[in-house]
Write a protein that binds this ligand. Structure first.
Ligand SMILES: *[C@@H]1O[C@H](CO)[C@@H](O)[C@H](O)[C@H]1NC(C)=O
Ligand SMILES: *[C@@H]1O[C@H](CO)[C@@H](O)[C@H](O)[C@H]1NC(C)=O
Length: 200
């Protein structure tokens, strides 16, 4: 018996076949994805293994500074400095540490950064805590106790003393004895000081 298929049915059948071939998860695609995954995983683990190999063997390539001494070319550095100082219209002084203010970033990079010592006097001049001098603490906190770490006759000690006592001892340190303040709560428990150093 001849199968009688209407035109519409044929069309639907064709459409279904087409959709089947366009299905996302076909066995072939699944295989392809599997192969790619395996290749990727192998590649990643291979490169990781290689990296650790490199790390392990890095010690072989460590530069031995004793056999290859670091040489600072002072004459060259001095010449560069001369040129830079002239460029920035700044008098050349080879024998003192300069005190500078209003230094531009470019000038700092060119003349000082890793090249020459400098004291920059106006980095924090707008920071309220710039006013925290010995006098300031003596005037405002003389009788308050602070935690002080001390080395007395080369032996460590920790004591609580008046701020005034701590400050008066500051200048009398020596190789066998000195004091330093280590009071983590002093500032945080005093809002008027805390606001001077800012939120961080
Ligand atoms: C570095 O080199 C010096 C001089 O060649 C040598 O004496 C020294 O053993 C080396 N150090 C290392 C850690 O290889
Ligand atoms: C430091 O104290 C002086 C004198 O009281 C004041 O004029 C100045 O503004 C203070 N500086 C800062 C950064 O708060």
């Amino acid at each position: 018996m001849k199968r009688h298929i209407s035109k519409e049915l044929l069309q639907a059948e064709r459409l279904a076949k087409q959709m089947e071939s366009e299905e996302l998860v076909t066995p072939l695609r699944l295989l392809l994805v599997l192969i790619i995954s395996v290749v990727l995983v192998t590649a990643v683990s291979f490169s990781a293994a290689n990296k650790s190999d490199y790390l392990l063997s890095a010690s072989d390539e460590t530069i031995n500074l004793t056999s290859v001494p670091y040489i600072y070319d002072y004459t060259k550095a001095e010449k560069t400095r001369e040129e830079n100082m002239e460029f920035y219209n700044h008098p050349l002084d080879q024998w003192s540490i300069e005190k500078r203010s209003g230094l531009s970033l470019d000038e700092f990079w060119d003349i000082y950064d890793g090249k020459w010592p400098v004291i920059i006097t106006d980095v924090v001049d707008k920071w309220p805590a710039i006013n925290w001098t010995k006098r300031f603490f003596q005037q405002n906190y003389a009788d308050e106790k602070v935690m002080v770490k001390a080395v007395v006759n080369s032996k460590p000690a920790a004591v609580a003393v008046d701020m005034d006592t701590f400050i008066s001892e500051l200048d009398s340190s020596g190789p066998n004895g000195w004091t330093y303040l280590e009071d983590e709560l002093f500032i945080v428990t005093r809002p008027e000081l805390k606001k001077d150093i800012g939120p961080n």
